[in-house]
Design a protein around this ligand. Structure first.
Ligand SMILES: NC(=O)c1ccc[n+]([C@@H]2O[C@H](COP(=O)([O-])OP(=O)(O)OC[C@H]3O[C@@H](n4cnc5c(N)ncnc54)[C@H](O)[C@@H]3O)[C@@H](O)[C@H]2O)c1
Length: 484
């Protein structure tokens, strides 16, 4: 670890020197780096798919959709928008400040630390990096030790494409993260669990470093079957895609559980079964389309959740597991106990609990009784229910009549609230996430108002009162001696 400490010291020193040189502030440098990211992904498509298969058993199409393609789109958007993003924004100041002028300029924080998680190890490493580079920062990335092939790939490949004095990759687990967190950063961007998020925030607090925490939680999905009965075929498909179609449910925005009215539960289960078969065939383990559970530890966690006898009793589909192959069959539960671990911890795996309610309106109270989720999904055409969801619950995002798609839409900010995270990114929000918005005011020496300065008197107090209210006419009268 002594050697690692030295590597970190040396890396930070170099990144700080590079930032201080002003090189990373130039738009040309930022664009060159973004182009290099696009080139890196294009050149290494096969290799990236290979490491994602080694680490997670992801099919190359899924890998392209969720990682490679996503990163290329993100870098391309940043590249084509950067000239617009960097332009200082003029602020229209109230007349009160005349003749001063105001604007806001986006300034890079400096040297940024990115810590990413294993479930989308390429995109969750490169996407924040794209934001940090767009904003003109130097960046150090530590990917997750639980996706070692992707982490090694990034550590080996990034230096061949990007400016090595400004962009660094260090491999390692919690011990390396601990060393990194002992240093002062200008911004920390973390993707991972709420448990480690607390450690990150505490370490950042030592140096008053701003943080973005992209965390997880349980994303509920409401099906208001009365209003959407005609569209149920595609709803069931979307829910299945949102549970089993992306890293086997090991995604922060996966459908965690479904809320439906009691009368609809058995129909839903019967509709889900053939969709699972159509996705993964009779033997999902051999389908090649279902990612595997990342590690033995995570497999054992899922098997502990599922082996609770009360949860076992709620299995209505699937439930088989194979530790050697790190495989958990797509599984459906009907009404597992609400106090069971599976209903209180983020599932992060291919198990779908269906919770029944007497009336779908009760879903609001159900969601409110839990920590604020990263996403709420609701299939409904009932505007009143939509309004209730929006006004009575809090979550990182709400998506009506679809799942997970909000993540891909970079015109919207992505991030959590409360236990599901703090801060947001994607598209222009990524640029903002890694920028300090500096307020610039250009004062004028042409005139001076005595009311600003002591000695104080009633005239000055009246002047200040009127000024706060922007009561210009009365101010003029006061100055002309026509108002007391
Ligand atoms: N909001 C999002 O965009 C998003 C995306 C993916 C995953 N997630 C969340 O991430 C979690 C799963 O990912 P994970 O298992 O990689 O999370 P994790 O919190 O275990 O690890 C994330 C990162 O933190 C590092 N880390 C681990 N222990 C540490 C310690 N003691 N001190 C400092 N750093 C430490 C890891 O090396 C890794 O780089 C889930 O909760 C999921 O919802 C969120």
């Amino acid at each position: 670890m002594e050697a690692m400490k030295e590597t970190v010291d040396q890396s930070l020193r170099e990144m700080r020197e590079t930032f201080a040189s002003g090189r990373t502030r130039s738009v040309k440098w930022r664009k060159t780096q973004l182009e290099a990211i696009i080139e890196m992904v294009k050149d290494n498509e096969d290799k990236m798919c290979e490491v994602l298969f080694q680490d997670l058993g992801k099919h190359s199409t899924e890998a392209f959709r969720d990682e490679l393609g996503f990163v290329m789109r993100s870098a391309t958007t940043a590249l084509s928008s950067l000239d617009k993003w960097v332009v200082p924004r003029k602020s229209n100041l109230p007349l009160l400040f005349y003749p001063a002028t105001g604007k806001v300029i986006s300034e890079p924080y400096g040297t940024v630390l990115v810590l990413s998680s294993w479930n989308f190890p390429i995109s969750l490493s490169l996407d924040p990096m794209i934001g940090a580079i767009s904003a003109g920062n130097t960046v150090l990335l530590k990917a997750s030790e639980l996706s070692p092939n992707a982490s090694a790939f990034l550590a080996k490949t990034i230096p061949s494409y990007l400016d090595t004095k400004a962009i660094k990759v260090i491999e390692g687990g919690p011990d390396v993260a601990t060393i990194l967190l002992q240093h002062q950063w200008d911004k920390i961007f973390f993707t991972g669990s709420p448990r480690i998020g607390k450690i990150i925030m505490a370490a950042a607090a030592e140096h008053l470093t701003p943080v973005t925490l992209e965390l997880g939680g349980k994303c509920p999905t409401i099906i208001d079957h009365h209003s959407v009965s005609k569209d149920m075929k595609s709803i069931v498909k979307r829910i299945s895609g949102g549970k089993w179609g992306s890293c086997s449910g090991q995604a922060c925005i996966s459908v965690d559980y479904v809320l439906v009215e009691q009368s609809f539960a058995s129909s839903l289960i019967e509709m889900l079964k053939p969709v699972i078969k159509s996705f993964f065939g009779e033997n999902p383990k051999e389908s090649g389309c279902l990612a595997r559970i990342v590690t033995k530890k995570h497999f054992q966690r899922l098997s502990r959740l599922l082996n609770d006898p009360r949860v076992q009793a709620s299995i209505v589909y699937g439930g088989s597991m194979d530790e050697e192959k790190l495989y958990v069959e797509p599984t459906i539960l009907l009404n597992p106990p609400l106090d069971s671990e599976i209903m209180n911890e983020e599932i992060f795996g291919p198990i779908l609990p269906i919770i029944t309610l007497r009336d779908i309106q009760e879903s609001i109270g159900f969601i409110k009784s839990k920590p604020k989720p990263l996403a709420i999904y609701a299939f409904t055409k009932d505007d009143k229910l939509k309004t209730r969801i929006l006004s009575e619950t809090s979550s990182g995002s709400v998506t009506f009549n679809d799942v997970m798609i909000q993540y891909m839409c970079d015109a919207l900010p992505f991030g959590g609230v409360g236990e599901s995270g703090t801060g947001r990114y994607h598209g222009k929000y990524s640029f903002e996430c890694f920028s300090h918005e500096k307020a610039i005011m250009e004062g004028s020496l042409a005139m001076d108002l005595e009311a600003r300065y002591p000695p104080w008197n009633t005239f000055k107090l009246t002047f200040i009162r009127l000024a706060f209210r922007e009561a210009y006419f009365k101010l003029v009268l006061l100055m002309l001696g026509l108002k007391k």
